[in-house]
Design a protein. Structure first.
Length: 571
C-alpha cells in the first residue's frame, strides 16, 4: 500500500482538515473576544502558537490511534491482530519460502488476472458467537463475485480450507489457482460494526484495493449488501473494467431473518452430523417464519432435508418430500436462484429417477451459476450417467479448477472417468486423493474396480479390502474373490450384504455382484427390487461397468425402459 493510501486509511487527512477548520474558528472567535475585552496582543499570539503546535500532535495521534466500536485502539495493534488472526500474511519474498509436506495438493493451471479467492473474514469481536456473521459476510461476498461470468472465483470449500491458518499469500493463491486474494476482518460491538477488506495481488503482495467500513448495525442485511456491492464493484473495475449487477437473488430485507439464515448456513457448513443439521434446519425455518418470502432460506432448507434423508436422520420418503416442497417454493419465490435448481436436480435424479426433470433443473442451475463448483459437479454427474463422457470430464475438471482443495472434487473427477471407461486416466487421480488422505472413503473401491476392469483382480482386491465404507468393501470383495476363484469366501462376503433387519440395504450392490458372477436373472431381480425402493444406485444404471455382463439381456432392457433413462452419447 502506498504512503498516500496509508494516510487515507488511517484517516489522517480527515482529522487534519477537521483540526484546521476548528483552529480557524477558534482564532476568529478569539480575535473578536480578546479585542473587545482589551486583552494584551501576546494572548492572541500564544493562542496561535498552541494551535500550531497542536497540529503535528493531532496528526501523529491520528496516525497512531483509531476510534473503533470498542473504543480508542492503536492502529498498529489492529493491523497486527488482523495479520495474526487472518489465514494469510503477505510477503513479497514468497518465492524463497519452503513448502512443507502438509501444503501438498493438486497441480493448478497458471491463474489468469481475472481470478480471486475470498478467504474467511476474521472475527475480531472477541465473541465467538459472532463468527457466523464474519463467515457469512465472506460467503455472501463470494456468491456475489461468482455471478460475474468472466471472473474465476475459488469455491467456498477451498477458500475456507485456510480458515484459522497462517500462510503465505502467494502460496495460498497458487494452491487455489487464482491471481488475487480478498481478505478482511469484522469487529462487531453493540450497534456498531467495522469491516476491513483488502484485495491483494498474489504475484507481488501489493494491495490492489482496500477499504474500511464503519456502520451502524441497525440493519445487518443493508450493511452486508453495501459492503458486498462496494467490494464487488471495486474488484470488477480493477480486474475487468466493466460494470456488474451485484444484486442478491432471493434475499431479504428483514434483519432478524437474515441473522437466522446466516446461523443456518453456519451450522450447515459444520458437517453432516445430526445435531448440526437439525440446528441448520431450525435456523432456516426461523428465517422463513420471520420472512415467508425468503427464497434463499427455502433453498438452504431443501439442502438440509436432503442431507437429513440421505444420512437416515429422518424417514426417507418424508425427507425427500420436504426437499421437493422446499425447492419448489424457493423457485416460485426466486426463479433465478441457482441453488434451488441444484438441490431439486439432485433429488429428481437420485430419488425420483426422473432423468428429464433432473437434466432440466441442473441445466438451469448451470446457466445461472456456471462459476459454482457444486453446479459443475452435478452437471458432470448427470452427463456421466447419461453417457456423455467428454462433457462429464470437462465439467469435473472445471469443478476441480474452481475447488482445488476439495477432496470430493478430486475424487469425482476419477469417478466420472471410471464410468467413462477411462481407467488409465482415473487411477492416477485416485492415487493422488489417497496421497492427500489415505482414509478418504470411496477412492480405494473405485480404483480397485478400475484395476479389475483392466484385468488385475489381485491388485484390485488389495485396494478394495482397504475401503472404509463397508457396503463398498463387501460388494467389491465379493466380486473380486469370485473372479480369483475363491468362491466360498466370495459367498460368505456376499452374505454380509444381506440383512434381515434391513431389506433395503445394498440392494443395488447385490445386483452388481450377481451380474459379475454370471447370475443374470438374480441380478435383474435385485435391480427391479432396487427400482421398487427408489434406490439411488439406479441413477447410474446406463453406464455402470459392473452391469455390462447383463446389458444385452431383454429383462435388463425392459427395466431401463421402465425407468425411462436414455443415453446421450456424444458422437
Amino acid at each position: 500500500m502506498s504512503f498516500f493510501k496509508e494516510l487515507k486509511r488511517r484517516h489522517v487527512f480527515k482529522v487534519t482538515i477537521a483540526y484546521v477548520v476548528v483552529a480557524w474558528l477558534i482564532l476568529q472567535v478569539a480575535d473578536v473576544i480578546l479585542g473587545n475585552i482589551g486583552a494584551p496582543e501576546w494572548v492572541f499570539k500564544v493562542t496561535l502558537l498552541f494551535l500550531c503546535i497542536g497540529l503535528p500532535v493531532i496528526v501523529m495521534f491520528a496516525w497512531a490511534f483509531d476510534m473503533t466500536p470498542d473504543g480508542l485502539k492503536r492502529t498498529e495493534s489492529l493491523d497486527q491482530a488482523v495479520t495474526e488472526k487472518t489465514s494469510v500474511k503477505t510477503k513479497k519474498e514468497h518465492g524463497k519460502k519452503e513448502r512443507g509436506k502438509k501444503q501438498k495438493t493438486s497441480k493448478t493451471a497458471t491463474p489468469s488476472g481475472a481470478s480471486v479467492a475470498v478467504l474467511p473474514f476474521v472475527n475480531m469481536s472477541g465473541d465467538k458467537e459472532n463468527e457466523y456473521f464474519s463467515d457469512g459476510l465472506a460467503e455472501e461476498l463470494l456468491n456475489v463475485l461468482a455471478k460475474i461470468r468472466s471472473l474465476k472465483v475459488a469455491a467456498r470449500t477451498s477458500s475456507f480450507h485456510f480458515k484459522g491458518q497462517t500462510g503465505d499469500i502467494a502460496d495460498i493463491a497458487r494452491r487455489l489457482g487464482v491471481a488475487s486474494v480478498l481478505e478482511g476482518s469484522v469487529r462487531k460491538s453493540g450497534d456498531r460494526v467495522r469491516v476491513t477488506a483488502q484485495l491483494i495481488n498474489a504475484s507481488d503482495g501489493f494491495h490492489l484495493w482496500s477499504e474500511t467500513f464503519d456502520r451502524e448495525l441497525t440493519d445487518i442485511f443493508a450493511v452486508q449488501d453495501e459492503i458486498a456491492s462496494a467490494v464487488a464493484i471495486a474488484l470488477k473495475v480493477k480486474l475487468l473494467g466493466e460494470k456488474i449487477d451485484h444484486g442478491i437473488v432471493g434475499g431479504t430485507s428483514n434483519t432478524e431473518a437474515y441473522q437466522a439464515y446466516l446461523h443456518g448456513v453456519h451450522y450447515q457448513n459444520r458437517g453432516s452430523d445430526k445435531p448440526a443439521l437439525e440446528s441448520a434446519r431450525s435456523s432456516f425455518e426461523e428465517a422463513i417464519k420471520l420472512d415467508p418470502e425468503y427464497a434463499k432460506a427455502y433453498a438452504g432448507l431443501a439442502l438440509v432435508w436432503d442431507q437429513l434423508a440421505t444420512n437416515s436422520f429422518t424417514k426417507f420418503e418424508f425427507g425427500i418430500g420436504k426437499v421437493a416442497e422446499s425447492a419448489a417454493k424457493a423457485i416460485e419465490l426466486a426463479p433465478d436462484l441457482a441453488d434451488s435448481y441444484l438441490v431439486l436436480g439432485r433429488m429428481l435424479l437420485h430419488y425420483k429417477l426422473d432423468q428429464r426433470g433432473a437434466q432440466k433443473a441442473i441445466n438451469t442451475a448451470l446457466s445461472l451459476k456456471p462459476g459454482n463448483s457444486e453446479v459443475q459437479i452435478e452437471h458432470a454427474r448427470i452427463s456421466s450417467y447419461l453417457g456423455d463422457v467428454d462433457a462429464s470430464v470437462t465439467a469435473a475438471r472445471k469443478a476441480l479448477e474452481l475447488d482445488p482443495v476439495s477432496m470430493f472434487a478430486h475424487h469425482f473427477l476419477g469417478h466420472v472417468m471410471y464410468f467413462g471407461r477411462r481407467y488409465e486416466e482415473a487411477i492416477p487421480v485416485f492415487r493422488h486423493v489417497l496421497e492427500l488422505d489415505p482414509h478418504y472413503p470411496r477412492p480405494r473401491y473405485t480404483m480397485g474396480m478400475c484395476l479389475f476392469m483392466q484385468g488385475d483382480a489381485a491388485s484390485a482386491l488389495k485396494e478394495v479390502e482397504q475401503e472404509p465404507l463397508a457396503w463398498m468393501k463387501d460388494s467389491g470383495s465379493a466380486i473380486l474373490l469370485h473372479r480369483l476363484g475363491r468362491v466360498a469366501e466370495a459367498e460368505a462376503t456376499l452374505a454380509g450384504l444381506i440383512r434381515e433387519d434391513d431389506e433395503e440395504y445394498a440392494v443395488y450392490q447385490q445386483g452388481q455382484v450377481h451380474a459379475q458372477w454370471g447370475n443374470a436373472d438374480k441380478a435383474i431381480a435385485f435391480l427391479n427390487r432396487a427400482y421398487d425402493l427408489n434406490d439411488p444406485g439406479l441413477s447410474q444404471i446406463l453406464v455402470d461397468p459392473l452391469l455390462d455382463p447383463i446389458r444385452e439381456h431383454q429383462h435388463f432392457k425392459d427395466l431401463v425402459s421402465k425407468i425411462g433413462f436414455e443415453r446421450l452419447d456424444a458422437n
